[in-house]
Design a binder for this molecule. Structure first.
Ligand code: IPE
Ligand code: IPE
Ligand code: MG
Length: 255
């Protein structure tokens, strides 16, 4: 893996928030005659090369999808591997993240009974250790589902309405935003999905309403900071309109 980014990217137009669906670990492993879990293990150096790349480019928020609410449907061996892998990864890497000035946050249902207590403890330790860091915020979307996040927000809004805290008419987009897992997280400018699939798989459904998507067939263990820079360069060629229109012809309306 490269020490520095060599891909040509405009460093004055870096997206503030990059979110990544890290997909393709199982296929990477299977193609080498390895077990799927060995692909997850090889995803770790890729992730940390991307962290260094994001820091080099000045990305302020980096969100990574590490386990979806649907990933519980995988076989027990893989699920328990992933739980332990997350424990080990936080133990191995939290000091490095702290030294780099990275604040770590988790989004998702971390208190789900199926999440081992040891992992819940490591999540809390890591969040606490890094809470005052300001160089970059790294969000682990873990036991995360966009639909579950919206259901949870709606439930809590309903409770507050039933307690008379506010009126139904006052519920608007800003209200829903304020009940999401991380209300202060800026919306992702760019969502990258590796591994070649062209779908969201329940990632950031509310937050990514106007994000640019870049899909790459590179499998996650082969991804690195230069691949990140390539995706950002593709993003920089896009024209974000947010529902507006760009008329470059300067003609008068007909009639
Ligand atoms: C993504 O890689 C990692 C997780 C979902 C935890 P996959 O495990 O989905 O890899 P593929 O898509 O089967 O290759
Ligand atoms: C999305 O990948 C979830 C994560 C990367 C954590 P999946 O491999 O679970 O998604 P599908 O099954 O291809 O939609
Ligand atoms: Mg997958």
């Amino acid at each position: 893996m490269a020490e520095k980014i060599t891909v040509d990217v405009d460093r004055s137009e870096i997206p503030r928030h990059v979110a990544i669906i890290m997909d393709g670990n199982g296929r990477w492993a299977n193609a080498r005659g390895l077990h799927r879990t060995q692909g997850h293990a090889r995803g770790e150096p890729a992730l940390f090369d991307v962290v260094h790349g994001a820091l080099e480019l000045g990305v302020e928020w980096l969100t990574v999808y590490t386990f979806s609410t649907e990933n519980w449907n995988r076989d027990e061996f893989e699920v328990s591997f992933l739980m332990q892998f997350n424990v080990d990864l936080l133990e191995r890497r939290r000091d490095e993240l702290d030294d780099l000035g990275v604040r770590v946050l988790f989004m998702g249902d971390v208190d789900d009974d199926r999440v081992p207590q040891e992992l819940r403890d490591r999540i809390r330790d890591t969040e606490e250790l890094t809470a005052s860091n300001t160089t970059m915020t790294m969000v682990f979307a873990f036991n995360y589902g966009g639909r579950a996040e919206i259901v949870e927000a709606v439930r809590r809004i309903a409770v507050d309405l039933s307690l008379g805290a506010s009126r139904v008419e006052s519920v608007d987009e800003a209200t829903i935003q304020s009940y999401l897992y991380l209300p202060d997280m800026p919306e992702p400018d760019l969502v990258i999905r590796t591994g070649g699939e062209l779908r969201t798989s329940n990632f950031l459904l509310w937050e990514a309403a106007y994000s640019e998507y870049v899909f790459t067939s590179v499998l996650w263990p082969d991804f690195d900071r230069n691949e990140l820079a390539r995706c950002i360069a593709e993003y920089q060629d896009r024209n974000r309109r947010f529902g507006g229109a760009v008329d470059e012809s300067f003609t008068e309306p007909p009639g």
